[in-house]
Design a protein around this ligand. Sequence first.
Ligand code: NAD
Length: 444
Amino acid sequence: MNDRAEHIVKSDELSPARVIEAQFERAKRHFEHLTPGLVNYLRLPLRTITVTIPVEMDDGRVDSFIGYRVLHSDLLGPGKGGIRYHPEVSLEEVSALAALMSWKCSLARIPFGGAKGGVTCDVKHLSHRELRRITRRFIAGLGDNIGPYTDIPAPDMYTDSQTMAWVYDTYDNMHPGENNLPVVTGKPLELGGSEGRGEATGRGCVFALERFLASGGLPGVEEVGGLRIAIQGYGEVGRVAARLLAERGAQVVAISDSTGGVLALNGDVLDLDGVASQKAAAGTVVGLPETRSITNDDLLSLDCDVLIPAALGGQIHSGNADRVQARLIVEGANRPITPEADDILAANGILVLPDILANVGGVIVSYYEWVQNIEHHSWPLDGINGRLRTRINNATDRVVARWREFPSDCPNASEMLCTDLRTAAMVVALERLASVLEQRGIWP
Ligand code: NAD
């Protein structure tokens, strides 16, 4: 880590809570007409739960883990959001991500509020059986605070369909004789999971980008064909986005994972089958023949048309935003750009399709899984992808329309940040929440 990056971490630029708070503050300027106090109600989490998870380890010791579940809002319906297992999980992080889920669900017009959960643990040092015990005890500890009509978990970092199968099984044993499949999404296909869920976020990224270009968002570019694209992250989001973009004639020139990245030589395009084989054989994309190895920081500053950060939060910050050369950034990951970097990018004329739009595909197909479970039905893949495209197109259109209105109605039109796509997306999401809040009124 260089001196600049160290300074950034110390100055708290990467704090998830601070990032989400800053994004909310920027959108808040558009809500001065609301009854005082209502904006604060939209900001604060509705319920936070902390549970201690005692677990008998494989060697006979008893270890205690801490788990969290935050319901940020139930205005639009039951809570919806992933459960992550990571050593850095904290109540602060889970609360910030729960708020992000509220904005996403509202923007995509799906009938869910925002929620998130997590357990502070390192899966790399836990056995399969230990993970199963942690999951069961965590879900038992949450009790009826989760449920098909109260709060519905899903996979997130270092949890997967197997974890969701344990979530379901635990809840089902606690509530025998009911249709409990809709209590959790991201389940294995055989256990009520949905076709298309695994690819939904990467696919949604591509749909949002296509719609944005078709609507004239990036002057002179109407389709992805021919665009030079760099992707950070070769996981569920980055890998799928790369394949779908290449199928549409885009030129994927660089891609990376946690070890580093590869750049096609001589301005050429990556062979994605080769990337997949390299990853399978070596555990990393690095080392692919006829490519140059680059660092993740190099990848972010490549000369390309579109940059897709699809790995971690806080990757583009005040220490490197000035070096970004892409014309458009599509946020596959959650909060990959800090507010300070947003300022720099906006000043440099670089557009950002924000996370609450660009990676909303996953929660949309989670919603479809929930509906299929309630209906005891399963929809074909084509139907799911078609519905996903329509929903993403509509959400993108709403964001672009709001963005285009900004120069005339923005109270601070001279400030670029008040008029960026992220603020537009936040305003669309918050407007719906505020309107529902005013219609429902404050109970009692
Ligand atoms: P994943 O675990 O499948 O893949 C993550 C990728 O990032 C891997 O290739 C990993 O090697 C890489 N990576 C890890 N550390 C890195 C580093 N320091 N630099 C560069 N690359 C690094 O995860 P995913 O499901 O693809 O999710 C990626 C991002 O998208 C996350 O921020 C996640 O929160 C967000 N997201 C995912 C979904 C979803 O449905 N999968 C939905 C919404 C948002």
